[in-house]
Design a protein around this ligand. Structure first.
Ligand code: FES
Length: 578
């Protein structure tokens, strides 16, 4: 239903009679805003996750000005609202601990202020789902303006072919080579200065690029906007367009609820698979769907993963970077390749349907966005595994794993924490070989807490020296989307709440069968019953604060790790203005 000036939410603050509205307008005038600016225009929140400790968002302060220009051009009035900035590499112990805090903050920021619509400025891994989850729950018209990927980098070494270098993916790769003596001290120092060339999000198909693409596929971002490089002039123009567009969205009452259908979520899942996207998306997309009241499960992800091949030739599944993806046509081009798998009637924030937006779109570089008959991986991006070790599911990024491990049986070495794991893996006398299955537990949502990205367990030094670069690794943790390897992640329920992972012992045999989607602990049932009877949860180690709240209310990985009291579509009343 189109809105008129009289319908605007901000009018409750600014145009009612009495002392309160007087005070609100007075406080606007205090900072130089004219009374007609807030009384006669839609008020737009620019939720900005900029901070000086969030390098991927270093340019968002400037971009907020571009968004403001667009809002003003369209007849709105912008207000920039700073929100928690979660720089993935810097924030400890893990940004995932704070995703829900950001979601709560965004929801309450929007609720408590006189705004009619929102532009979300975000992009680093958790800031995208965090801001979007909050905006879904608040329900105001919202457009997502992605921070955009950083510039490409390349690595030149005398006598070797040039290598494209991607943030995250190559940090781990060069670290392994450095540990094995293949990269010198001087090169290691040089890499530190060169691998991340500009502000912007990681330039691989890591969690950041996966999540911004998913939000675009959901219809919450302008077509093609999320792959525009952060330092491209097109990014500034795109930000202005976001500002312009949100004002019309307010008049059209184009809310997240009117965009986020099950079809939209299934489109986003198809995109995740075609991109070879991050396993982290499995957690975030379920969390976002639950906020929107859409039923989406790991089984949906697995089914789409079997049907949609990986077409985007991007690290870590392929060998190109996000800048290349943008030049190849970005997400609309990729979606045009999998059009048969998509629900084309879904709406986008630009007011058109997906089908309308894809009309005439073509892939501009087949080497970056592969044709269906020449995929990067026909195995699918994501496999959901189940078995007596993961009754509620576990995930594996099949496209970034070694096919030789797709059917595997190995002896477990179990670690209860990352410190003992790192110590043991650095010990060249560790009793292991490349068939060993490394297990890390107590790294899930409750156990760690916050489900950090510890799931790319290190290869033991002894095996690195022997040239081993991959082996089967299991955990209830997540793994960075930029990383690769045969890692089974998000085992649910996690060990800390008594999941079967808690019962594994060093020396047990573990079986992995990706084709059969099976993860099995080969221990007799009566022995497992004995072990369960002896199992005790770790004593509560946190007495107060946000972490205590987090541990008490976070859901398991297969449920999206949202807080139980934030899921669903129940509405919160508008604030009383008295
Ligand atoms: Fe911010 Fe990778 S560290 S996107």
């Amino acid at each position: 239903m189109p809105k008129t000036l009289a319908d605007l939410r901000s009018r409750r603050w600014f145009t009612a009679g009495g002392m309160r509205a007087f005070s609100h307008r007075q406080r606007m005038q205090q900072q130089g805003v004219r009374r007609e600016d807030v009384m006669q225009r839609p008020c737009i929140a620019i939720v900005n996750t900029w901070s000086e400790l969030s390098p991927c968002h270093a340019h968002l302060r400037e971009r907020a000005e571009s968004v403001k220009r667009g809002v003003l051009l369209a007849g709105g009035w912008p207000f920039e609202l700073p929100a928690l900035s979660l720089g993935e590499v810097i924030v400890k112990p893990t940004t995932m601990l704070y995703r829900n805090l950001l979601a709560m903050e965004v929801e309450e920021l929007l609720r408590s202020h006189p705004v009619d619509g929102a532009v979300l400025l975000a992009g680093c891994d958790k800031t995208t789902p965090g801001t979007v989850m909050g905006a879904i729950s608040m329900g105001l018209p919202t457009i997502f303006c992605a921070a955009g990927p950083m510039l490409n980098d390349r690595y030149l070494k005398p006598g070797q072919a040039e290598r494209k270098v991607g943030a995250g993916t190559h940090t781990r790769l060069f670290w392994d080579e450095y540990q094995a003596g293949k990269v010198s001290d001087a090169e290691w120092v040089q890499l530190e200065a060169h691998m991340t060339r500009s502000p912007g999000t990681c330039n691989t198909m890591g969690t950041a690029s996966t999540m911004t693409a998913i939000v675009e596929a959901l219809g919450l971002a302008l077509p093609g906007s999320t792959a525009v490089p952060a330092m491209d002039a097109a990014h500034t123009r795109m930000a202005t367009t976001c500002g312009e567009r949100i004002v019309q969205m307010v008049w059209d009452d184009l809310t997240p609820q009117s965009i986020l259908t099950r079809g939209a979520f299934m489109n986003a899942v198809a995109v995740q698979m075609a991109l070879g996207g991050s396993t982290n998306a499995a957690v975030h997309i379920i969390a976002m769907a639950r906020r929107a009241g859409v039923q989406l499960t790991l089984d949906d992800l697995d089914a789409v993963g079997r049907a949609v091949p990986v077409l985007a030739n991007l690290f870590p599944s392929g060998d190109r970077l996000m800048e290349d993806f943008h030049y190849a046509g970005g997400l609309p081009a990729l979606m045009s390749r999998i059009e048969a798998q998509l629900s084309l009637g879904e709406r986008n924030v630009n007011g058109k349907t997906l089908g309308g937006n894809l009309r005439g779109v073509r892939v501009l570089d087949d080497a970056v966005i592969r044709p269906l008959n020449n995929p990067v991986s026909a195995n699918g991006a994501l496999a959901v595994l189940r078995g007596n070790l993961a009754p509620d599911g576990a995930v594996m990024k099949a496209s970034a794993a070694s096919p030789k491990f797709f059917q595997h049986r190995g002896r477990a070495i179990v670690f209860d924490d990352p410190a003992s794991m790192n110590k043991a893996c650095a010990d060249v006398t560790l009793d292991c070989d490349e068939n060993t299955v490394l297990v890390l537990r107590n790294a899930g949502p409750v156990g760690a807490p916050g489900m950090p990205e510890w799931g790319g367990l290190p290869i033991p030094k002894k095996l690195l020296d022997a040239g081993v670069r991959d082996m089967v690794r299991l955990s209830d943790a997540r793994m960075s989307g930029t990383h690769y390897g045969s890692c089974v992640l998000h085992i649910s329920p996690e060990a800390a709440v008594g999941g079967p992972l808690a019962l594994v012992r060093t020396g047990d045999w573990i079986e992995l069968d990706v084709a059969a989607r099976r993860l099995h602990l080969d221990v007799a049932d009566d022995e497992l019953v004995r072990r369960r009877a002896a199992w005790q949860p770790a004593p509560e180690s946190v007495a107060r604060g946000f972490v205590k709240l987090y541990r008490a209310h976070v859901t398991q990985a297969h449920e999206g790790c949202d807080f139980d009291f934030l899921q669903g579509t129940d509405t919160t009343p508008e604030p009383v203005i008295y």
